[in-house]
Design a protein around this ligand. Structure first.
Ligand code: SF4
Length: 316
């Protein structure tokens, strides 16, 4: 990746003491591990909209369809202060070329889902979205977003980071070669990755690319990008991965010995049964790709979608 990858982030996750109690929520995976490959653009909605540190805590209250942001003991309604600022901030963030956002979970300002809403009759539901997170996701509906809590789940973590890296490569393609040829090249290299998330999107994108000359360029790019980001958001299950691995194994049917084939198929099957991590069959296939100089597979980002040091495919 030539250009730096910029991710928006809730400021307290970087260890900055901006929380209502003067504390922070430093997340070491985000800062020390992922932080080696991305740069962060911090956003603390409560401080940036003019609230002090420390400050009174707040919560979402009222109708779950249109909750208000209320200070917990003095009962001051901060909704318009927050929403007015959030609408201006998302416009400013357009200039940053963000590839995604990592939100702080459970916050009435920054939480992206399942934030508590205290309804009038004392009932509490987990249907809320923080005010800034809501404005951000509405303004950038295709950008990858996650919260730090969900990023502890290895499947969700890989999915988010994979989408960020794919989006970065897509933007790089648009910057370098914004024509039909650039799109075809990008698609060719991402086919198996897309297939591992959604065979349906893979087929639909294939049809769109095949008709590329008949679709106006801007419409082509925007339809392709929407399908790309929607498809990759779907979970790549072990069954879908195993199908992609079997597909790749087919490229070596004339080169592998009987015992090599049997070993590869057995490893794919062990992976399908979730007994070994994805990195095992992927490493073996990478070995055969290099050994037999398999050009098509060598270019497939499926085999190296993100830096191996992140160890995103090492879980069972
Ligand atoms: S959760 Fe959001 S509003 Fe609260 S301190 Fe962190 S960044 Fe600021």
């Amino acid at each position: 990746m030539k250009a730096k990858i910029l991710l928006g982030i809730s400021t307290c996750l970087l260890g900055k003491p901006v929380r209502y109690d003067g504390g922070h929520k430093l997340d070491r995976f985000i800062t020390e591990t992922l932080g080696q490959y991305v740069e962060y653009v911090p956003v603390c909605p409560e401080v940036e909209c003019g609230m002090p540190v420390p400050r009174e805590s707040m919560r979402l209250e009222g109708n779950p369809e249109s909750p208000r942001l209320i200070t917990t003991s003095t009962r001051i309604d901060k909704t318009s202060q927050m929403t007015g600022w959030a609408e201006r901030r998302v416009l400013e963030l357009e200039k940053e070329n963000l590839m995604g956002f990592i939100f702080k979970s459970d916050s009435p300002s920054s939480g992206m889902e399942r934030v508590k809403i205290y309804a009038d009759k004392g009932t509490v539901s987990r249907k809320g979205v923080g005010f800034f997170a809501h404005a951000f996701m509405k303004h950038f509906p295709l950008l990858p977003v996650e919260d730090e809590g969900r990023l502890h789940d290895p499947v969700l973590r890989e999915n988010f980071i994979e989408r960020v890296f794919v989006l970065a490569r897509w933007r790089e393609t648009l910057a370098a070669k914004a024509d039909r040829g650039g799109l075809v090249e990008f698609h060719t290299k991402h086919k198996l990755l897309i297939m591992s998330h959604s065979p349906r999107h893979y087929q639909e994108m294939g049809r769109l690319v095949a008709r590329a000359k008949q679709v106006p360029l801007q419409e082509l790019f925007s339809r392709y990008q929407r399908l790309l980001m929607e498809g990759l958001k779907l979970r790549a299950t072990s069954k879908k991965h195993a199908n992609v691995l079997m597909h790749m194994a087919g490229y070596f049917k004339n080169q592998l010995s009987f015992s090599e084939k049997a070993e590869l198929l057995e490893i794919i099957e062990l992976y399908r049964k979730e007994l070994i991590p994805l990195i095992v069959p992927v490493t073996l296939i990478n070995h055969y790709v290099a050994k037999y100089d398999q050009r098509y597979l060598k270019d497939q980002f499926y085999l190296h979608p993100h830096p191996i040091e992140l160890q995103l495919r090492n879980h069972v």
